[in-house]
Design a protein. Structure first.
Length: 485
């Protein structure tokens, strides 16, 4: 390996190692992570302080009402947390899936480029792009691991068609169908493509046997997710939930350009390869998955968003990088290593600009600074967004031995908030300005999001927040701590 490639890869790995150490040593979770933790305990984001952990049945029930995933990660975390509830240990579970993603990503790029040096550099770029998911206590890393594994199967299917292997791959894909619904969209296309490839390379009898070996476990798994979770999940949210996410995230600003770049580059690759009578499987698979997402988005069934539609994002970046490198290799003065480094920096900046501080745990540290001050006041209002964070810290985390010092839970007023079903109960969320407290532990951008006085979803988010913030003054030096005007 040339020195420039070694230096590029070493710098990227050093950055990843530094961030990983920071994340593993961060004892605090944010709302989705702490909520995920309580779901795995058979509780939820707004359970009462010191609520007793429940059994597997309640894990399933709370996952239906307080999550937007099938629940596979919640089930795994239920058993994983039996060993330890410490934040560092809990973060190991998503990190293991992320390592699996890195392995399969390397195999994918190597299969496409046939160059170990380029594959090493580009895999480093891919891991940088998605590293924010590596220790996040959510199902995202499990999903991208599944996408990478299933994609690699498609690319190497020609040499992996024995019934035994197809059964193993089918069971693996079936397992990942329980991570996130995004993956099911991907798995649907991947399964059809695998069946098509099997049909082309086998006689009818062999085709029927092999396609059943792979597709039956996947079909059973998808039916299972529907019967167990999907048909019960979020009945009050429907399209509103996704529409709210899309309308309030800055990622929509660069979703369209990324999609356009994907279609231009993959379309060119298809055109170039078609003349040689060989269309790259990676391009066909990616193009098909993205097309399905676009159709579902047009039908307002699954609005596309590159940052939240993780399966699509993995494929987009893989195709962009491999086809770009294959196209420009040997045509630029700059070495591939430098080009890859530039690509990594730009991509990382685009994907993580709005969440870069969270990546380094800076937001949680600012929250902690404000949180430490609450022991100096007599009554603390905790917004719904901070509710599960505070409960985890006192009951399972860093401050479980300092409950008396902080007066937990006696002096804390916990706001209950909107679940993903936007509160099935016919009642309004108590707003911060309606409660008299000495201090208010709030997430400024979200603490008044919820339902209106009629019990229906309040989608006029920004106006609602601006009106609520007028009632408070930020305490000097703290981002999360407020007092009433």
């Amino acid at each position: 390996m040339k020195p420039i490639y070694k230096i590029t890869t070493a710098i990227i790995v050093l950055i990843l190692a530094t961030v990983a150490f920071k994340n593993f040593s961060n004892p605090f979770f944010w709302y989705d992570e702490s909520g995920q933790f309580f779901i795995s305990k058979g509780l939820n984001h707004y359970s009462e302080p010191f609520a007793i952990p429940q059994g597997f049945g309640q894990v399933l029930e709370n996952n239906r009402n307080f999550n937007l995933d099938p629940g596979g990660f919640s089930f795994l975390l239920y058993f994983w947390s039996m060993v330890s509830n410490s934040a560092g240990f809990l973060r190991v579970l998503p990190f293991l899936f992320f390592c699996g993603f890195a392995v399969f990503a390397y195999k994918i790029v190597l299969n496409e480029t046939k160059d170990k040096t380029i594959s090493t550099v580009l895999t480093s770029v891919l891991t940088v792009s998605f590293f924010i998911l590596s220790t996040m206590l959510r199902a995202y890393s499990a999903e991208i691991c599944g996408v990478a594994a299933c994609t690699y199967l498609v690319l190497t299917l020609k040499n992996n068609q024995t019934p035994k292997r197809l059964i193993i791959y089918g069971l693996s894909t079936a397992f990942f169908c329980w991570t996130r619904y995004d993956f099911i969209v991907f798995a649907f296309v991947a399964t059809l493509y695998i069946i098509y490839k099997l049909f082309k390379s086998n006689d009818v009898k062999t085709f029927m046997t092999k396609s059943a070996c792979f597709s039956l476990p996947v079909l059973i798994s998808v039916i299972g997710t529907y019967l167990v979770t999907m048909r019960f999940q979020n009945p009050y949210a429907g399209n509103i939930g996704y529409s709210t996410y899309i309308s309030t995230t800055p990622s929509v600003l660069y979703t369209s350009p990324l999609l356009l770049a994907f279609y231009v580059i993959s379309g060119y690759a298809v055109y170039k390869k078609t003349k040689e009578k060989t269309v790259p499987d990676l391009v066909v698979l990616s193009f098909s998955v993205m097309s399905l997402y676009v159709v579902l988005s047009a039908l307002n069934m699954f609005p596309i968003d590159v940052m939240r539609t993780t399966s699509a994002t993995v494929l987009i970046h893989t195709v962009l990088m491999t086809e770009f490198i294959k196209t420009v290799k040997g045509k630029f003065i700059l070495p591939i290593g430098i080009l890859s480094a530039v690509y990594a920096v730009v991509l990382f900046a685009v994907l993580n600009f709005f969440s870069f501080f969270d990546l380094l745990g800076i937001t949680q540290m600012r929250e902690l600074m404000a949180f430490k001050e609450t022991n100096k006041t007599d009554k603390v209002f905790v917004s719904f967004y901070e509710n599960p964070d505070v409960r985890y810290v006192f009951e399972y985390g860093k401050y479980k031995d300092r409950q008396k010092e902080y007066g937990y839970p006696e002096k804390f007023y916990f706001q209950t908030g909107p679940v993903h079903s936007f509160l099935a109960e016919d009642k309004k969320v108590i707003k911060a300005e309606e409660i008299e407290c000495d201090t208010y532990l709030l997430m400024p951008a979200l603490f008044s999001l919820g339902v209106g006085t009629d019990g229906k979803p309040n989608l006029n988010i920004f106006d609602n927040i601006s009106r609520t913030i007028e009632c408070f003054d930020k305490i000097e030096g703290y981002d999360f701590l407020f007092k009433k005007k």
